[in-house]
Every structure is written in C-alpha cells, then in structure tokens.
Ligand binder design. Structure first.
Ligand SMILES: *[C@@H]1O[C@H](CO)[C@@H](O)[C@H](O)[C@H]1NC(C)=O
Length: 232
C-alpha cells in the first residue's frame, strides 16, 4: 500500500506538503501557535484517492496476509455523499483530539468517518479522549506497532482495510498523533474530493543520516526521502 501511494503520487512536486487547518475566530490564535509547533514536528498527511488505492489494493490482495477477503464480491454502491476516511495511527490516545473535535464538529457527519489504530488493549472512551467523535472508532484488528519499523506499514494497511469495508469512503487520509487540521472541514472535503491524485509527504532531508547502504541497490541513496511516518 505504501509503495502504491508513492507510485500514484508521481508527478507531485517532492516538496509539496498538505496540511489541514481549522480557523474559526480569534480564540484559535493560541491554537495557531500550537499548530505551528505541531507542524514543525513534521506531521504527515497523506491524501490518497480511492481509485489508485482501491485498484492496487485489489491487485495486491493476494500477496497480503491481512487481505484474505475477496473484496470484489463486496458491493461498492452506497447511498448518501462520499466520505473522507480519517485514519489515525497513534501510540495510545489522540493527543490533539480537542483540535480535531472542532474540525469534526464544524463538519458534516455524513461526509466523514474515523478509524483509529491504537495500542492493543487501549480503549478510547470518556476517560481517555476529550472528543466524543473518537468513541468507538478503534478498529478491532490491531497489532503492536514499533515506531520506525514495518509494523507501522502493517498498521496503516489494517486501517485502510477497515475503511474499505465502507464503500462510502472514497478518500483516505493517513494521520499520526501529531497531525492537526489547518483548514476547516468543508475546505478539506472539497479539496480532497475533487482531486484525483494521491498526496505523499516526502522530502529530501539534507541532515538525514538514516540511509543505510545495505538498502542499495534496491533503494539508492539519491532516491532516499524522508516522510513523517514512513521513509521511502
Ligand atoms: C472554511 O474555510 C474557507 C477557507 O478558509 C472559508 O472560505 C469558508 O468560509 C470556511 N467555511 C466555514 C463553514 O467556516
């Protein structure tokens, strides 16, 4: 899935970043500082179009242990507006849930869905999140994720698999626990829905010392890029 997202983003300028924001008045001013801080934490927002994801998902289905279900038999018709699926891959809770709460509150519940992959055993409820939008959003099939390891990719795939069960989900946004919305819901919805492209956060980090020569020649040094959640 990760490779797919990269491939479908070909043609997108490498430095292009998509960050989402919520602005609804001056009381958000202090939040803006927080937002800037969070953005500097290199938040990744991957906006993936259904068509590329879904078709490659089907073609890759056989090679994955987690996608044994024959999706082609599932009806892809749905009623109501198309939805954006917000896929949160987090350590435990959603640290910036109060910002997301405002974002979703000003949105249209018929136009989005939320899926959360959190640590096995962790439950999002009144005691662990300030936003009721996150109640009952955790996917049931979760794994122990180690940051920087391929279990992260596995977890993203589990999130996508859960979201693909609802044919109304037409766009998929991969989010980490340091991601924040920088635009309001309607702006994001319209922007993402009209786009036929996937967006991948990928940039050249000149200070990056993470390239391992053992990855050559499959991944040559000049092709190595940094992304916030995943390195390509
Ligand atoms: C959302 O943001 C856009 C662009 O910033 C603005 O034009 C629009 O009025 C906002 N919509 C709502 C519902 O706040």
């Amino acid at each position: 899935m990760v490779v797919v997202a990269t491939a479908s983003a070909r043609g997108v300028p490498p430095k292009r970043r998509h960050v989402i924001t919520s602005t609804s008045g001056s009381r958000f001013f202090s939040w803006k500082l927080l937002i800037l801080l969070c953005v500097s934490l290199s938040c990744l927002v991957v906006l993936a179009s259904l068509f590329s994801l879904h078709s490659s998902y089907l073609s890759n289905a056989d090679s994955s242990n987690h996608f044994k279900v024959t999706r082609s038999t599932v009806s892809r018709t749905f009623h109501g507006p198309p939805k954006i699926a917000f896929l949160f891959l987090v350590r435990q809770n959603i640290p910036l849930d109060f910002l997301w709460h405002v974002f979703f509150k000003n949105g249209n519940v018929a136009k989005f869905s939320i899926y959360v992959h959190s640590a096995p055993g962790f439950v999002l409820d009144e005691s662990t999140t300030r936003s009721s939008f996150f109640y009952g959003t955790q996917i049931s099939n979760v794994i122990q994720v180690s940051w920087g390891e391929s279990s992260m990719i596995q977890a993203e795939r589990l999130l996508l698999a859960a979201a693909l069960d609802d044919p109304a989900n037409q766009r998929f946004v991969l989010l980490s626990d340091s991601c924040v919305p920088l635009y309001n819901f309607s702006y994001v919805y319209n922007y993402v829905m009209v786009s036929q492209r996937s967006f991948v956060d990928s940039f050249l980090d000149v200070k990056d010392g993470r390239y391992n020569p053992k990855m050559s020649p499959k991944i040559p040094r000049e092709k190595w890029r940094k992304g916030s959640q995943l390195n390509f």
